[in-house]
Design a protein. Structure first.
Length: 271
């Protein structure tokens, strides 16, 4: 008798029949239900049983559910009022003493229309507080990533500063004053919230100015949104590498919406 893997038992008709069965909608529905069975403990959220779930259980079903559904695929989310889409490459959660630590790696991230090549987010001191809605608290966020220099220039230029920025044919940053007839070729970097600008060349009415008369003072970035701190941001070729630290952050989410979003593959919302 031929075994399952016996090539003699293979036939074109059998292969076609197998394909039909694999594509049968009812089979796909059954498979989807099986792969989302992790969500059964939070299926009946209206009964109030969610408040009895331990944080470890919540964290486990959420992390495993999100990665099993979106791992290696594009995920969309609304995070504290910001819209993002990205490919979810890594999502790991582990217990660290009394709290949790999570690591998320995203590629091809678009954050409020701004594109990033890669972003890695490590959340320290994560706490889940069960309830309706479920609250999440994070002691600190470490964010490392890279963004194309062109995308960063466009983002800065949208802030309507006194200087308009662009890249020339050689990839250099050219700053032109919006009201005065001044322009300069510049480079910039940030270390420990201190922004320094290197003026490579400057001109006024197309008359080149000596570098000694157009020095730019360093600027301390001490009033960033959400009390953020920039450890570094420096250019490497066509990309800018950066590391940003955020202090304690809080948010909340509706477990019903999260569960439905994971099962349907739609937008995850944290507010």
């Amino acid at each position: 008798m031929a075994t399952y893997f016996d090539p003699k038992s293979w036939s074109l008709a059998g292969a076609v029949d197998l394909g039909k069965r694999l594509l049968d909608p009812s089979w796909i529905d059954q498979w989807l239900g099986f792969t989302t069975s992790w969500a059964d403990p939070v299926a009946d959220l209206g009964s109030g049983t969610v408040t009895a779930l331990m944080p470890d259980v919540l964290m486990t079903v959420l992390s495993e559910g999100i990665f099993s559904r979106f791992g290696g695929r594009e995920v969309s989310a609304t995070l504290l009022g910001h819209d993002l889409t990205a490919t979810l490459d890594t999502f790991k959660v582990r217990r660290r003493g009394a709290h949790f630590q999570s690591k998320t790696v995203l590629s091809d991230l678009v954050w409020d229309t701004h594109p990033f090549d890669t972003v890695t987010v490590i959340a320290h001191g994560v706490r889940l507080i069960p309830g309706v809605p479920t609250k999440i608290r994070v002691q600190q966020l470490d964010i490392e990533g890279s963004i194309g220099i062109g995308a960063l220039i466009d983002w800065v230029d949208e802030q309507n500063l006194d200087w308009k920025l662009r890249l020339d044919e050689q990839g250099r940053i050219v700053a032109t004053h919006r009201t005065r007839k001044m322009s300069a070729v510049v480079d910039a970097q940030v270390y420990d919230n201190l922004l320094t600008i290197d003026i490579r060349r400057a001109s006024w009415y197309r008359i080149r100015l000596p570098r000694r008369v157009v020095q730019a003072p360093a600027l301390l970035l001490d009033d960033l949104p959400n009390r953020a701190s920039i450890s570094y941001a420096h250019r490497r070729g066509d990309v800018v590498k950066f590391r940003i630290e955020l202090p304690e952050t809080t948010g909340s989410f509706d477990l019903t919406q999260i569960r439905d979003a994971i099962i349907a593959g739609t937008t995850l919302i944290v507010f």
